[in-house]
Design a binder for this molecule. Structure first.
Ligand SMILES: Nc1ncnc2c1ncn2[C@@H]1O[C@H](COP(=O)(O)OP(=O)(O)O)[C@@H](O)[C@H]1O
Ligand SMILES: [Mg+2]
Length: 232
């Protein structure tokens, strides 16, 4: 579902060039739940941004579902991104002037056809926000905002969901709620989940864990007890 070849990212900083990613190769099969770990500054967010086509690589390629996105024109890239990826940010990134329902509906209106309104309502109900549909982000708690962001990420039924420390701003109860919604969707719809996290307990629930260090993959491990899904 995701294939990365020789991915490098450098940033020019005055006269110096800083290498953030130094050559990443990675294949993520459809349906896999992969956790990306590593110390702060190791390149996790940069990698996720490149996988999602939110940023362009200095060298190398990213293929999503067979489409090479690294050199697409902006409008083509927006189409691929809009249909293939639901992205969840640590800081929710809801549009403040839209209600919860309007936030969820927006990607559907941009990328899909059919009854988006009913689907958006159903999704908000499924994340426990049936009574918050007409609230604005400022009227919602952090946990509620992140659940709206999940509904928004799911609304086009993308084959891939990517999340960058989605529970990083939440207390443990709200974090667990958001995490279980992400994992439930991964399991129930067999879609691919790429999750950046600092939390080893979260990574333990993944099918596979990669650890980045200084812009390189330090380790890449699949969970041995793969058939035992009970403790997820
Ligand atoms: N736009 C940028 N300009 C300069 N340095 C950057 C930029 N973006 C990221 N970096 C640097 O690249 C490294 C990796 O950043 P990031 O991918 O955000 O790491 P992580 O998400 O693992 O904490 C850090 O040292 C960061 O300071
Ligand atoms: Mg980060």
């Amino acid at each position: 579902m995701i294939e990365v070849r020789g991915l490098k990212k450098s940033i020019r900083n005055g006269t110096r060039t800083v290498e953030i990613l130094k050559g990443i190769d990675l294949v993520v099969p459809a349906g896999e739940f992969i956790a990306i770990m590593g110390a702060s500054g190791s390149g996790k967010s940069t990698l996720l941004g490149l996988l999602a086509g939110l940023d362009t690589p200095t060298e190398g390629q990213v293929l999503l579902d067979g489409t090479e996105i690294s050199h697409l024109a902006e409008d083509e890239l927006a189409q691929v991104r809009g249909r293939k990826i639901g992205f969840v940010f640590q800081s929710y990134q809801l549009i403040p002037t839209l209600t919860a329902l309007e936030n969820v509906l927006l990607p559907h209106e941009l990328n899909s056809s059919g009854d988006g309104l009913e689907r958006s309502r159903n999704l908000l109900r499924s994340v426990g926000l049936g009574d918050r549909m007409h609230h604005y982000p400022v009227q919602l708690s952090g946990g509620e905002q992140q659940r709206v962001a999940l509904a928004r990420a799911f609304v086009v039924e993308p084959p891939i969901v990517m999340a960058d420390e989605p529970t990083g701003n939440l207390d443990s109860t709200n974090g667990e709620h958001v995490l279980s919604l992400l994992l439930d969707r991964n399991r129930e719809t067999a879609t691919t989940l790429v999750l950046v996290t600092h939390d080893p307990a979260i990574a333990d629930r993944a099918d596979r864990r990669i650890v980045l260090r200084d812009g390189l993959i330090l380790s890449d491990d699949r969970r041995v007890n793969h058939s035992n899904e009970d403790h997820r």
